[in-house]
Design a protein around this ligand. Structure first.
Ligand code: C5P
Length: 250
């Protein structure tokens, strides 16, 4: 389908690409991060459910560890997922960027809006997903959920050796900084062009769109959309799930 013949961003079907091919070394030894359990269910399944919870998302593409596609397919088969959503599993690459690109390569032509969501953010609320989709539908080529920072941030001259003192070179004004989360939402053509054009190492997809000189806007993020990175984050994630269960019970 050509770009011209695709419906407007407000009407086009929405797909989500979930990169889940990282090893998660900061979490300690064990299975790839996305396959580790939170309250007995793999983190990836929580993340897939979180995106599929949006009625606008009709396809979820999971980018699996390259040696784990069969395992991920079995996991998706073994867990209850919405019937109105389609699922695809593709093998990932050596970097997050490469993994997202492989997901995009598998995207059928009719999808005009794409969300990219880290498997490592398993607890993102559906309202955040919908807010991102709505902002792309309203015409923004790229949208990121963002939160103000609690900590003051320093720019340093990184030391070669871990733990060594590092000279501080600047203190950006905290009120102008935001911590960004996923899902990040994109007009498909914009994201595909960004991945074809930008080759530098980046830590999120929106920064590739910034490099193209196109506008990126924020919508409010959510504290429960935090990234599970270190062992303490697993404890926090299980506490959030316990609180949800308690609230659902009343
Ligand atoms: O490493 P980081 O925490 O930034 O990873 C963010 C997301 O990207 C995770 O969900 C991880 O599984 C994914 N990733 C990937 N392929 C890689 C590296 C990371 O899909 N090669």
């Amino acid at each position: 389908m050509s770009d011209e013949s695709r419906p407007s961003p407000a009407q086009t079907p929405v797909a989500a690409v979930i990169p889940a091919a990282g090893r998660g070394v900061r979490l300690g030894p064990g299975a790839p991060k996305a396959l580790r359990a939170l309250n007995g269910t793999p983190m990836l399944i929580h993340a897939v459910r979180a995106l599929a919870a949006s009625r606008r998302v009709s396809l979820v593409i999971v980018v699996a560890p390259s040696d784990g596609t069969e395992e991920v397919k079995s996991l998706l088969d073994a867990h209850a997922l919405p019937e109105r959503t389609d699922f695809l599993v593709v093998p990932g690459g050596d970097t997050r960027q490469e993994s997202v690109k492989r997901g995009l390569d598998a995207l059928p032509p009719e999808y005009g809006v794409v969300l990219v969501h880290d498997a490592a953010r398993p607890l993102v609320p559906v309202d955040t997903v919908d807010a991102v989709i709505e902002a792309v539908g309203a015409g923004a080529p790229a949208v990121v959920p963002a939160l103000p920072l609690a900590d003051t941030v320093k720019e340093v001259e990184p030391a070669a050796e871990a733990g060594a003192p590092e000279p501080v070179v600047a203190t950006p004004e905290r009120a102008r900084l935001r911590a960004v989360q996923t899902p990040q939402g994109f007009d498909r053509t914009t994201l595909v062009r960004a991945h074809e054009t930008v080759t530098d190492d980046v830590t999120d997809d929106a920064s590739m769109v910034e490099q193209l000189g196109l506008p990126v806007v924020t919508v409010p993020g959510h504290e429960e959309a935090f990234k599970v990175t270190r062992p303490l984050d697993l404890v926090l994630a299980e506490a959030v799930l316990a609180r949800r269960r308690l609230n659902d019970g009343f």
